[in-house]
Design a protein around this ligand. Structure first.
Ligand code: FES
Length: 151
């Protein structure tokens, strides 16, 4: 069923006319052309598609766009800029985290949500929060960068 959905994306009010069950991922990528959010598995298992919905890390491939009506969505495009990177992005560069890079926007969004609720996470808290999958195995560098950003 077609739905008219109003939401806020990266601080801007937007309206999309899509199938109500369309995953948020495809509304972001194909309708709003925000292609920083990636498609990995499509079943909520890998985390490549992670965005924030009202400040929580959410897997957008298994979130119908109709479920985020009236909510605040933040994507990797609004985490920081080249001139003003988010502390995590600066730490990601310092620790040379990415290898192929495909999963890293999802990693960063998951990490940003973690630091919002736990500014100084323990190793166990990082491991629990960061269930995203990286085929290149950057997990040790991801953890080091989160700890660097946490200070
Ligand atoms: Fe959404 Fe893998 S693409 S969790």
């Amino acid at each position: 069923m077609e739905a008219h959905v109003q939401l806020a994306v990266n601080g801007q009010a937007v309206e999309v006319d899509v199938e109500a069950e369309m995953p948020l991922l495809w509304a972001l990528r194909d309708v709003l052309h925000l292609t920083g959010t990636k498609y990995g598995c499509g079943v909520g298992a890998c985390g490549a598609c992670t965005v924030h919905v009202d400040g929580q890390a959410v897997r957008s491939c298994v979130t119908p766009v109709s479920a985020v009506a009236g909510k605040r969505v933040v994507t990797i495009e609004a985490l920081g800029t080249a001139r003003r990177p988010h502390p995590l992005q600066a730490a990601w560069i310092a620790e040379q985290v990415p290898q192929c890079g495909y999963c890293q926007s999802g990693m960063l969004m998951a990490a940003a949500a973690l630091l919002e609720r736990k500014p100084k996470p323990s190793d166990a808290e990082i491991d629990e929060a960061m269930s995203n999958i990286c085929r290149c195995g950057t997990y040790q560098r991801v953890r080091a960068a989160i700890k660097r950003a946490a200070g």
